[in-house]
Design a protein around this ligand. Structure first.
Ligand code: NDP
Length: 342
C-alpha cells in the first residue's frame, strides 16, 4: 500500500473556492490491477476551467461530485505497472487529478519523452494551453498578415502564446493584462507590439492608442470590463474566438452597472463579427500540426514560454485562488514531487 494525499471537493464553492470547499486528505493507493499502473505525481496543472468543474451549472464537461478528486492533468512517473506498455520510471501525461499518486489504466496515458523538452511543458506550451492558443487563434481567429490581434490575460498560459503565434503570422500583437510587470513581460519577453494594463484608469484610451487600425481578431480569455473596452474598436468582419470568460468564473449573479448587451449586439451586427466559442478538444484534428509547429517554433526561438511553479500539493488551493485573481506569472504548475529528469 502506498500512502499519499489528495484534494477532494467537500462542497460546491460559492464565489472564490476555499479550503472548506477543497479539502486536503490522506489517501492510500493499492497495487495496480490488470492493465493499470501506479503513478507518482511530479507536476500538477492548475487551470481556470477547473472552477467550472466545481459547480453544478450546465457546462461542456461533467461536473465533479462531492468527494471526488479535483480533475487535472499531471505529469507523473510510473512506479509500478501491470500494463505491458509501461515500465517503472516512464514519464507520462495523465488525467489523474489533484493528488500525489493515482492508479490509472495504461490506455489513458500518453508517454512523454524527457529528451524533447522539460517534462513540465506537457502541461503548458506543448500541452493543452498551447494547443488552445494554436487552434483558437488559427482556426477561429483566422489572422491575416498586417492585421491587429488583441488577446486578454496576455501573460498567462494561453495568452502568451496567442500573441507570439500572431507575430509569427505577421500580425500586430496587442496584449491586455492586469499588472505592469505582466505587460512588460508580454512586450520584452514574448515580443508583443504593445500591452495595456486593464487596471489603469485610462485603460480604454491606452487600448485605443495601441490599436490605431482597430481590432481584427480579439482572442477573448476574460470578458467583463475588458470586453467592454474592446467593443468600440472592432473592425468590419473582425473575428472573436471566445476561449474563456474568467472574469465571471466566481460570479454569483449578474453584474451591476450599465447593460452592455445592446452595444455588443450592435457591434456584432454592424461589423459583421464572427463570435465563436470553442473548446480545445473539439479541434483534435489540428493536434499533429500543433505538435510539429510548436516544437519547431520553440527550437528556433520564435516561441518563448514562462512557467510559474508552486511547491507542494498542500499549496494547490491557495495557488488556485491566485490563478483566479491574477497572481500567477505564466503557466501555473504545482510541483508535487521530485522531477527525476531535471
Ligand atoms: P492564465 O495563465 O491566463 O491565468 C489566468 C489569468 O486570468 C490571471 O493571471 C489573470 O491575469 C486573469 N484574470 C483572472 N481574473 C480576472 C478577471 N476578473 N478579469 C480579467 N482577468 C482576470 O490562465 P490560462 O491561460 O490557463 O487561461 C486563460 C483563459 O483561457 C481562461 O479563461 C480559461 O478558462 C480559458 N481556457 C479555455 C480553453 C478552451 O478550450 N476554450 C482551454 C484553456 C483555457 P491578469 O492579471 O492579466 O488579469
Amino acid at each position: 500500500m502506498t500512502t499519499g494525499q489528495r484534494i477532494v471537493l467537500a462542497q460546491y464553492p460559492k464565489g472564490m473556492p476555499g479550503h472548506d470547499d477543497l479539502k486536503l486528505e490522506a489517501a492510500e493507493y493499492g497495487a495496480p490491477g490488470d492493465g493499470e499502473v501506479l503513478l507518482r505525481t511530479i507536476y500538477l496543472s492548475l487551470d481556470p476551467y477547473m472552477r467550472g468543474r466545481m459547480s453544478q451549472a450546465k457546462s461542456y464537461a461533467a461536473i465533479t461530485r462531492i468527494g471526488d478528486v479535483i480533475t487535472a492533468e499531471t505529469v507523473s512517473e510510473v512506479i509500478s505497472s501491470n500494463d505491458p506498455g509501461f515500465s517503472p520510471g516512464d514519464i507520462v501525461l495523465a488525467r489523474s487529478g489533484w493528488q500525489s499518486h493515482a492508479i490509472m489504466k495504461g490506455e489513458a496515458l500518453r508517454r512523454i519523452d524527457p529528451a524533447l523538452a522539460p517534462i513540465s511543458t506537457a502541461l503548458g506550451v506543448l500541452g493543452m494551453p498551447g494547443f488552445t492558443a494554436y487552434c483558437g487563434l488559427l482556426k477561429h481567429g483566422r489572422p491575416k498578415e498586417g492585421e491587429t490581434v488583441v488577446v486578454s490575460a496576455a501573460s498567462g498560459a494561453v495568452g502568451q502564446l496567442v500573441g507570439q503565434i500572431a507575430k509569427i503570422k505577421g500580425c500586430r500583437a496587442v496584449g491586455i493584462a492586469g499588472a505592469a510587470d505582466k505587460c512588460a513581460m508580454a512586450v520584452d519577453e514574448f515580443g508583443f507590439d504593445a500591452c495595456v494594463d486593464y487596471k489603469d484608469a485610462d485603460f480604454r484610451e491606452k487600448l485605443a492608442a495601441a490599436c490605431p487600425d482597430g481590432i481584427d481578431v480579439y482572442f477573448e480569455n476574460v470578458a467583463g470590463d475588458v470586453l467592454k473596452a474592446v467593443i468600440p474598436l472592432f473592425n468590419f468582419f473582425a473575428r472573436m474566438p471566445v476561449c474563456g470568460t474568467i472574469a465571471y468564473y466566481n460570479a454569483q449573479g449578474l453584474p451591476e452597472g450599465p447593460d452592455y448587451l445592446p452595444a455588443f449586439m450592435r457591434a456584432i451586427l454592424v461589423n459583421r463579427l464572427s463570435v465563436r466559442g470553442f473548446i480545445n478538444y473539439d479541434e483534435a484534428e489540428m493536434m499533429p500540426d500543433f505538435h510539429r509547429e510548436m516544437a519547431g517554433w520553440i527550437r528556433s526561438g520564435k516561441v518563448k514560454y514562462r512557467e510559474d511553479f508552486v511547491d507542494g500539493l498542500e499549496n494547490a488551493v491557495d495557488a488556485f485562488q491566485g490563478l483566479l485573481t491574477g497572481k500567477n506569472r505564466g503557466k501555473l504548475v504545482i510541483r508535487v514531487g521530485d522531477d527525476p529528469t531535471a
